[in-house]
Design a binder for this molecule. Sequence first.
Ligand code: ARG
Length: 403
Amino acid sequence: MQRIVLAYSGGLDTSVAIRWLAETYGAEVIAVTLDLGQGRELADVRERALAIGAVRAHVIDAREEFVRGYILPALAAGALYEDRYPMATALARPLIARRLVEIARMEGADAIAHGCRGKGNDQVRLDVSARALDQSIRVIAPARIWDMTHAQTIEYARARAIQAPVALALPYSTDANLWGRSVECGVLEDAWVEPPDDVFTLTRAPRDCPDEPAYLEIAFDGGIPTGANGIDMPVLELIESLDTIAGAHGVGRIDMVENRLVGIKSREIYEAPAAVVLHAAHRELEKLVLPRDLERLTHDLARTYADLVYNGLWFSPTREAIDAFAGTIQPRVTGSVRLKLFKGNCHVVGRKSPFSLYEPDLATYEAGDRFDRTAAEGFIKIWGLPIETAARKAPAGPDAVRN
Ligand code: ARG
C-alpha cells in the first residue's frame, strides 16, 4: 500500500487533506506536525490527525533546531525580505521539508504532501527544498489538485465530520511560529483597508500600550543574543521573553505589500516583536564594529540572503557561502544595544562593544579642529585599521576572526 507523509498543521486544508489523500490514492497517510513555537494550535493535534484517519501522527519539537539552524543564521545575515519581513514563515519551510523527507525515508514512504495552494510562496519552498534533499521524492499538493473553493472545503469537512476548529473560526489565513506570525486573506486583501484589531494576537494596539517607555538592553556574543537587561537566557527563551515585552509595547507590527516569488504582489500583515527588536539591535551593533566597506558589503549580502530564503533556496551553495561570510564577521558582533520601546515604536538609544570602532576622542567637537591628524586617524579607523589592533581584540578560538 502506498504511504504518504503529510505536513499537518491542524488547520482546515491539511485536515481535509488527510482524508482526501486516503480516499484519492488509497494510501496510508502519516501526519507530521513540527512544534516551531506556534503555541495553542498544537493542542490535540495528534489526536485530531488520528481521528480524521491518519495511520500515525508524529509531533516533533523542532524549536531548538529552528532557532540554531535557521533563525540565528538569518539574524546574523541581517535577512529582512524587502527590508521589513523577518521571514518566520519562509525560514520554517526548509526545516519542515527536511523533516518530511527524513520521516518519509524512515516510514518507507515514497511521497510527501503539504496543504499549500497554488498562489503562494510556501508551495515552492517546500517543493524545491524537498527535491534538493531527495531527488526521488514525490511531492503531492492536494489543495492544488482538488479544485475546491474555501466554502467547498468546509463542506467536505462537514460532510465527513472532520474537526478543524482553529481554521474554521478565523476569517484569515495565518501561519505562526517562534519568529513571528503571518496573516493574509479576508478584509486584508484590500490594500487600502486598515487591519482590524482582531488580526493581531502578539502585539497591543499603540493606544492601549503603557504610557511609560520600556528600555531593553540586549547583549550579543559573537552575533548571538545572549540576554536582556542583564539576565542571561538561552536564545529560545529570550525570543519568547522579547515577544512578551515588545508585544506589550505594540512593537513588531508590519503592514506591507510584498513581491511574491510566484509573480504576484500581496498585502501581508506580520507580527514579529522579538524578530524586529533583535534585527534592529544586531544591525546597530554591526554599524558600531564594522568598517565602512564591510558594513556596506554585509548589507548588500543581507538582501541577497533574504531573497534566497524567500524564494525557497535555503538548501543552496549561495546561502551556505553567505553564512560563511557572516560567520567571519560575527565574533566582532559582541556588545550591547539599548532600545526604547514606546507605543508601537522601537528606537535604538545606545550601543557599546569591546570591538567598537567609534573613537570619542576623534569624533569630539570639544578638542578643536586638528583636521590633519583627525582626518588621518579617522580614515584609518573607518576601514577597521590598524589590522594588528583589530586582530588582537578579536576573541581567540576556532571561530575567531583572523586578519
Ligand atoms: N507571505 C509570507 C511568506 O511568503 C507569509 C505566508 C503566510 N502563509 C499563510 N498561510 N498565511 O513568507
